[in-house]
Design a protein around this ligand. Structure first.
Ligand SMILES: [Zn+2]
Length: 573
């Protein structure tokens, strides 16, 4: 699941990840406010909540997630019973222990751990006998990514006088730092802001200007100060922060990894391309302000305010070295058995990447989305075990770059291996191994043992929604919840929905370990993970085998337009 950031602050996160990868560790709590009002009323819509019969003694205290007994297995059609029965919690545990182990380094796209994980998943696809439909008869669809690194010796910021004479030069790593990733040479007029409170930012003076900010205002929401938020609202062209902590982050020591597919102006993920943001140590800034005759503002008793600097300019010169890095979607196929219908495809997806190493801490990403990728493996192996295949083909996809803005799936949808019109549905598993838990709403894990979020199925195709309800009633008996529709745009399925492909997104919900180093394998509820995988397997079987593909009742554009209209109506009330 990718993170969400308030749009105002996009491009200006204060937290600098070591590799400036993705969006920075976000506060998980803010994402899940207001999402649980619908509890109860929406629970179990169209579905029975009868707990499944326990399967005899088990080490798991989670009775609700014990897998069905032999009697229940007998209800599974013989044609695909073997595959269904093959999905077992213990195999899932073995796979996820590998995917979320420390030596996979949190699987961040562009880091060595991701490549290792991709090769391991490809090996599993080979082991299960999936058809390699990637490049060069392999399992990889390569996705173009590059890492850039700032050259410290030739990157600097200087103070110039009116004649262009250099008065002071501050090099990267020696007083100049911040989040600097783009090559650039610029000479700019600048404005100095001493923000003791939000009102010290004069919006008219800073709009479109380069702002040197000494921020002494108090902390506001989202870990940003009130002065900083006021400055962002005024839309400066660029900023030079005076901040010891940020300036001491040497950009030449960090790699910035990003997608390089598509034209520069149309990068698939606008979120990964951000303007440089400079930071000076207070020491370097004091030297500079002194030379520019602004030193009085550094006095502890100085008043806050905004000053246009006359007679001086700032010049920045940044050089970067760029090299390509390994990134791919791992793709494998099981051909359908019907000569005509096998041209159509049911897509099954998860994201392989996570947020990697930050600072020196590994974010293992066991639930996000090691669990979904484990489910993907379980479903792929299950289909490979039945002698008879469903009529349509199945495409298994483990995406890269999801945490950086759904990049792998966007890349796939823009460069599909099989025409998008041939994909009849996409089923996504992202975070399927936990019991939802929120301190703020007092929602406890033990109350959610039996619950699963079914997201997005009521948007494009009523038929796919019905398939999900029926399969759940027969083979899984989860209490479906529909109170997390907000996450519809936050995982890879949306890249397919945008192509008007019906989607179903399976999600066991947020928890306090979301996007934290504590999202580890010991917290995973494996019987539940296997139960979700069995459900997805049953839905995939039905979707792939029925005569007609799920009808598209509403296009993505129509769905979004209806949603906007609803929001407008609500606001008017
Ligand atoms: Zn995530």
């Amino acid at each position: 699941m990718s993170a969400r950031i308030p749009s105002l602050l996009l491009g200006f996160p204060l937290l600098l990840a070591p590799a400036t990868l993705a969006l920075g560790p976000q506060d998980s709590a803010q994402k899940t406010q207001a999402s649980h009002k619908a509890q109860g009323s929406h629970k179990a819509q169209g579905s029975q909540t009868t707990p499944v019969e326990p399967a005899g003694p088990t080490s798991s205290p989670l009775v609700g997630n014990r897998l069905p007994t032999a009697t229940l297995l007998a209800d599974v059609p013989k044609l695909w019973r073997k595959g269904f029965a093959s999905i077992q919690a213990e195999d899932c545990r073995k796979w996820l222990e590998v995917l979320s182990a420390d030596d996979m380094e949190g699987r961040a796209t562009g880091q060595p751990g991701f490549e290792k994980a991709a090769r391991w998943v490809a090996d599993r696809f080979r082991e299960f006998g999936l058809e390699p439909v990637g490049e060069n008869k392999g399992y990889f669809q390569m996705v173009p990514f590059a890492a850039t690194q700032v050259a410290s010796k030739t990157s600097w910021l200087a103070l110039l006088d009116n004649d262009g004479q250099e008065l002071l030069n501050i090099r990267v790593g020696r007083g100049l730092g911040g989040r600097i990733t783009e090559a650039s040479t610029k000479t700019m007029d600048f404005v100095f802001v001493l923000a003791k409170k939000a009102g010290d930012v004069d919006a008219d003076k800073v709009r479109g200007k380069t702002v040197m900010l000494l921020d002494q205002s108090e902390m506001g929401p989202y870990g940003r100060t009130k002065g900083f938020v006021a400055l962002m609202r005024a839309r400066p062209a660029s900023i030079v922060l005076i901040d010891e902590k940020q300036a001491s982050l040497d950009p030449s020591a960090a790699r910035s990894v990003r997608y390089t597919g598509g034209r520069q102006s149309q990068n698939l993920s606008g979120r990964c391309r951000r303007p440089n943001r400079y930071a000076l140590t207070p020491g370097a800034a004091a030297q500079l302000l002194e030379r520019a005759g602004l030193a009085t503002h550094l006095d502890a008793k100085a008043d806050g305010g905004t000053w246009a600097v006359v007679g001086f300019q700032l010049k920045t010169h940044i050089e970067v070295e760029t090299k390509a890095v390994f990134a791919c979607n791992v793709v494998g196929m099981i051909r359908g058995s019907d000569p005509r219908l096998s041209k159509e495809i049911v897509g099954i997806g998860s994201h392989l990447d996570h947020i990697g190493i930050r600072g020196s801490v590994i974010n293992n990403g066991a639930d996000d989305d090691g669990s979904g990728t484990t489910g993907l493996l379980a479903v792929a192996r299950a289909f490979s075990m039945n002698r008879t295949k469903p009529r349509r083909s199945l495409l298994f996809m483990a995406f890269c770059g999801e945490e950086m803005g759904l990049i792998g799936s966007k890349h796939y949808a823009a460069h599909p291996i099989f025409d998008n019109r041939r994909m009849v549905a996409e089923l996504q598993m992202d975070m399927i191994g936990r019991n939802e838990e929120h301190a703020r709403t007092k929602e406890k894990a033990e109350d959610n043992i039996n619950s699963l979020h079914l997201v997005g199925t009521q948007k494009l195709s009523d038929e796919l929604h019905q398939i999900c309800l029926d399969a759940n009633d027969k083979y899984a008996r989860f209490a479906f919840e529909y109170d997390e529709e907000d996450v519809f745009s936050r995982s890879d399925h949306v890249s397919f929905a945008k192509k008007d492909i019906p989607i179903a997104f399976f999600f066991t919900g947020f928890h306090p370990q979301y996007h934290r180093p504590t999202d580890t394998v010991d917290r995973i509820d494996f019987p539940k993970l296997a139960r979700v995988a069995r459900l997805v397997y049953a839905i995939a079987w039905e979707t792939a085998n029925r005569e007609n593909r799920p009808k598209v009742d509403r296009t993505y554009t129509e769905v979004m337009e209806a949603q906007r209209a609803k929001r407008r109506k609500r606001q008017r009330k």
